[in-house]
Design a protein around this ligand. Sequence first.
Ligand code: ATP
Ligand code: MG
Length: 736
Amino acid sequence: MDVSFILDALNDKQREAVAAPLQNSLVLAGAGSGKTRVLVHRIAWLMHAYELSPYSLMAVTFTNKAAREMQARIEQLVGLPPQGMWVGTFHGLAHRLLRAHWRDAGLKENFQIMDSDDQLRLVKRIMREFNIDDTRWPPKQVTWFINAQKDEGRRAAHVPDSHDPFSQGMRELYYHYEEACERNGLLDFGELLLRAHELMLTNPALLKHYQQRFVHVLVDEFQDTNTIQYAWLRVMVGDTGTITAVGDDDQSIYGWRGAKIENIQNFPKHFNDVKTIRLEQNYRSTGQILKAANGLIQNNDDRLGKELWTDSGDGEPISLYAGFNEQDEARFILEIVKKWRDDGTALKDMAILYRSNAQSRVIEECLVREQLPYRIYGGHRFYDRLEIKNALAYARLAVDPNDDGAMERVINVPPRGIGERSIGTLREIARDQGCSMWQAAEHIVQHGVMPARASNAIKNFLLLIDGMGNTLIQPDLGLGDVFEHIIQEAGLIPHHEKEKGEKGEARIENLKELVSAASGFSWSEDDEEFSSPMMAFLDKAVLDAGEAQADEYQDSVQLMTLHSAKGLEFPLVFLTGVEENLFPSKMSFEEPGRLEEERRLCYVGITRAMEKLYITYAESRRLHGSESFNSPSRFIREIPPECIEEVRLRSQVARPISMQRPNYQGTLQKQNQSVLQGYQVPDTNVSMGDRVKHPVFGEGLVINYEGQGPQARVQVNFDTEGTKWLVLSFAKLEVL
Ligand code: ATP
Ligand code: MG
């Protein structure tokens, strides 16, 4: 058979990697240099040139999407699906092994996989059972501890002894947790990997079988493997198999989840005669985009070091847009999206990337308004997220206490001592009496048909919701204030604060973002079908959640976090919210190494772009419920200036102040506000950047205005009171 077609569309180095003899190899190369392509072609090569059966190959990718894509690409190349080949994620493949060998793995035949919510619920149940104080050992932190141990391949028995009572408690909980999982046939995600590893170590015959079967193992995104994944790979390959791993140390972005970049350094030590191949030609991006990426990543120490080049021409410079605020940023992005669409680019070829999930809301709202289909990868859409749904459920109860769905959702979230048994009783009474759960609860409280403790807990819940209901009818409270009140009274912030790691923080940020969304919600009494702003807001949230998401096959704009963008490519990319404290994130200043990981994340973002990259930031941003004025990210400064062109033209919103704006390099050196300096609000004596004094709010800086004459309003950032909009003809502002 002529196999030259497999090597045709490859460069020399790629060809060397693809047609290498059956041996261990490591392909270390920058973004877009064809690593994934090499893997696909190598699989085809092994099947056709070495006549290996697909049955003897295993390929590990990072996401299910990547696995499906790999299968499709192999099929496209060789004309047949690779039947019998194992292609999947680490978790997927481990699961497959355990289903096939449940007995040898010491599992029940019908073992169940738990997602992270199930896992948390189990931990809580155990803590109740053993009377363990959940304020000292917050359940979320317990699950985080257990997962981190499993990532490192440690069972409870392997956790080092400690004199510290907190660590001792954690270890004990891990023991109880292991027991409970064992008893009930439950496996969490980490357990899949750990158990699959142990399965091999404790069953020599089985191990031999698989080692003989898998002649060659291929791994994509190797830089993001953690300890247990790497250990499992080593075991599966053993002394008889061989492995090809491809990766890029500059794209290691999962250190916070246990990924070990050292696995790359150790690879040549742990596998025999490793052939290391470096690819340096990039086929994805234009010269300007690449130069930007190279320039940025050079600011990291501790790199294995490589330069990427391309012969595809310079292309256009990167466009940098300074949004006035996050709304203006989103508006600008939408304008470019529509322009590209009108010029014939498919929506699916445009990606909008952001650092944290909460940033997507404003962009989503713009997309909905413009009726552009979009799709969000990784992470839930804003109004679908657990914490948002909980807050909305409280609001729904405040509007209508008889909303049983909402009641079920939050009656014990955060935990307030209304256990499953009490809830069961409520359900029963509601069913028997044909009333709502709320009415059942009132019945219980009035007639004392439950033990005092349970009854009291329910009574407190009823009072809590009553209080929330009262805020709805207070004329001086805006919708944002009402949500702030609800979130605070419900105790949702401390509830999520107990969650360890980024997730809890992200949830809190999202809750604050909900307050922002509610404050900015415009409703007029002309909207007759709604009886109140709250009703209108709640409906909008449901509709946004239900309909805005395009289905998978519809041509739609792609929205995702930078983490989910790994391995993908798009002709047009927007890197948004590139501001200090947001990207790099504030948290990254605290832990050593985190800033470098943020920079790698930025490198991943830039290198997703094929033809054109837009970088945007907002001079003021309302996020997580408050307004901040962050300077443009240091990452922008680290990109060679000749690759960047500032977008100066503003359409739609008349923003004369932009004419005074110096270029971003200047912006970086000055206080953010100073760029606004000097523009006078028409027909008034107030100018942008003036310091002013208000009789009640004190001193502040004028940062924005709208309208003219008697309608002119200015936005002032007060030193102590935050930002406020004031009508100039009323507010007695004194220019200082
Ligand atoms: P990442 O690090 O982002 O995962 P990668 O190194 O895996 O990138 P690929 O996705 O395999 O890179 O390739 C990037 C793009 O370049 C793809 O569109 C691929 O088809 C194309 N490409 C790679 N090698 C060649 C080649 N020799 N000729 C033409 N196109 C190529
Ligand atoms: Mg790749």
